[in-house]
Design a protein around this ligand. Structure first.
Ligand code: MN3
Length: 205
């Protein structure tokens, strides 16, 4: 089955003032849609891969036929990254992470503020386009890492728990060159209930 852009669970303006409606509309309806179109076009050349999930394709990137491997890395990667991104944000977000998730962040990074500082540093330190992620390995051990372009943490067998798009298309309309201001505001969009589900799901993976 061909990949599809998942519908946003909230209106384009729901993340205002942190992320503006126009950016959300273009980012979701145009940028994400292009990754999906290009991933599907690549998969059309290899119908034997049609049943694979996006995570399967990325986990097994080295087994993807060479003629479409780069296209899958970039576009299935882009599809996966953006699908996660929309789902971990929401209106009325932000504040401190709850429960076991909050405890694990605290025990891993020292405090939620220290975690924010490290994720911000990863996002600012990513030269050019890319993403900064909070990751978990198969034992639930957390780490923070940035990736260039649309490279997916799944390619390294790591589960992305939450992450931020630092491509200019994610913030340029409102923040222009001020990536730090975008990152500071973005923390106010985090939907902790959705993020907890992602963190819980790695234990059974
Ligand atoms: Mn993007």
């Amino acid at each position: 089955m061909a990949f599809q852009v998942p519908p946003l669970a909230y209106p384009f303006d729901a993340l205002e003032p942190h992320i503006d409606a126009k950016t959300m509309e273009i980012h979701h309806d145009k940028h994400h849609a292009t990754y999906v179109t290009n991933a599907n076009a690549a998969l059309d050349k290899h119908p034997e891969l049609a049943a694979k999930t996006v995570e399967d394709l990325l986990w097994g990137i080295n087994e993807v036929p060479e003629d479409i491997r780069t296209a899958i890395r970039n576009n299935a990667g882009g599809h996966s990254n953006h699908s996660i991104f929309w789902s971990i944000m929401g209106p009325g977000g932000g504040g401190n992470p709850p429960g076991r998730l909050g405890d694990t962040i605290k025990s891993t990074f020292g405090s939620y503020d220290a975690f924010k500082e490290q994720l911000t540093k990863a996002g600012l330190g990513q030269f050019g386009s890319g993403w900064a992620w909070l990751l978990a390995d198969k034992n639930g051990k957390m780490s923070i890492k940035s990736y260039p372009n649309q490279d997916s943490p799944y390619m390294e067998g790591l589960t992305p728990i939450l992450g931020v798009d630092v491509w200019e298309h994610a913030y340029y309309l409102k923040y222009q060159n001020k990536r730090a201001d975008y990152l500071a505001a973005w923390f106010n969009t985090l939907n902790w209930a959705a993020i907890e589900v992602r963190f819980s799901s790695i234990w059974v993976a």
